[in-house]
Design a binder for this molecule. Sequence first.
Ligand SMILES: [Zn+2]
Length: 141
Amino acid sequence: MDDLKPCPHCNSKDVKDYYVCIKCIKCGLSGPHTNNGCYDSHADFIDHKNAIKLWNNLTRNHGVDDKDLRDKIGALTHEQWSGWMKYLFSKCHKIGDKIIIPDWAIKRWNRQIDTPYFELTEEEKESDRIEADKFIEALKL
Ligand SMILES: [Zn+2]
């Protein structure tokens, strides 16, 4: 008999063979059904083989818990945003209850907003590459 791969959703190895489909006991995900999805009919050997094959061919995340990865990327995104806001505020002037963005910054940032990445200066691209490296590191499986 073919070995069953762990659950593609939660990576649990606690998966049960229901003959016409495979189901994860932990999260309840079931693989595609064969034999028209009828549990009570007698699936033949081909159906059983197909149920295993379909389950094992489902897209997997290589054992990395999706939730952990999303939080890792979420934390990086937040770090980038807060780093940028900190920089922006450091360049502004506070007058009463208002924050004034200096003219030079408005001009520079508007130019950057309207410039596609590949048309940025090498120095500007390098600063984005440093941020990209953090994502690449987080995505290493
Ligand atoms: Zn599962």
